[in-house]
Design a protein around this ligand. Structure first.
Ligand code: V07
Length: 253
């Protein structure tokens, strides 16, 4: 007669499956790269890639709201992007208006606060009008802070802060020993949000390209080969899972 021995199974690590996300980053920043290449692959004009990329923005924002992410910063237009053909720049500058025309009501419904970082001065008037309206109409919202980086460059941002601080010192309003990291942070475009916990870049490039240089000092980086228009709900979830697993690994020591 055989004796039955109890089998002790290792407890299933439930937290590791796709359906359970813990340790959600509070601020996610994204370099939305690969729109032109996505279009080229399909034999479409680059504009088609930008348009599809705009649809991805809507999906990612919905998901960020669902996950209760506090802030989402999207690199929509860099200071370098002005070098592109005039027709392409003109097309891209219509996107904020188009986006907000269809999507602003949903942003308001979802308690999203629209903000920008960067110098909006050189943007076309129609672009600025659409954006200012969205900023105004969402200014009292308390949910997701949705930051669009427009005509943004990190070195220009830091240079601006340095100039401001030097002027305060020269005017005798500020003593050099009062220049702390917090004092500098407060003079950057991002003074209304915490530093990003996670930085995502799509489309295979493994560079920072003058995006949030000061603010990403302690961020986790996630690079994927997926083109921005293909960065769907599943892809975003993969990035959040990777973030969660990194936190778990070094949290365990
Ligand atoms: C832009 C679509 C996404 C891929 C990257 C380049 C093209 C949404 C906006 C936007 C900006 C401000 C705002 C509401 C929407 C946008 C630009 C480019 C310049 F208040 N997408 N998107 N702005 N692309």
């Amino acid at each position: 007669m055989s004796i039955r021995l109890p089998i002790f199974r290792k407890r299933k690590q439930k937290e590791n499956d796709q359906s359970t996300l813990t340790n959600i980053p509070r601020h996610v920043a994204i370099i939305m790269d690969g729109n032109g290449r996505w279009a080229k692959r399909r034999g479409l004009p680059r504009a088609a890639g930008h348009k599809e990329g705009m649809e991805t923005v809507k999906k990612v924002v919905r998901q960020a709201v669902e996950y209760n992410i506090e802030a989402l910063t999207l690199y929509a237009f860099s200071t370098e992007n002005w070098k592109r053909p005039k027709t392409e720049v003109e097309f891209i500058m219509k996107l904020p208006g188009e986006f907000l025309h269809t999507y602003l009501p949903e942003l308001i419904d979802n308690n999203v606060q629209v903000r920008t970082i960067g110098d909006l001065t050189p943007l076309p008037e129609h672009t600025k009008e659409a954006i200012h309206k969205a900023i105004e109409q969402t200014s009292t919202n308390t949910g997701l802070v949705l930051n669009f980086a427009l005509n943004y460059g990190s070195r220009a941002e830091i240079t601006g802060a340095v100039n401001q601080i030097v002027k305060e010192v020269a005017d005798g309003q500020l003593s050099p020993n009062e220049i702390t990291e917090d004092y500098i942070s407060a003079r950057l475009y991002t003074s209304h949000v915490r530093d990003p916990d996670l930085l995502i870049r799509t489309s295979g490039e493994v560079r920072i390209s003058n995006f949030l240089l000061w603010q990403i000092a302690y961020s986790e980086f996630y690079f994927t080969d997926v083109f921005w228009p293909d960065f769907d709900e599943e892809q975003f979830k993969l990035a959040l899972l990777e973030y969660q697993n990194r936190k778990r690994r070094y949290g365990g020591i």
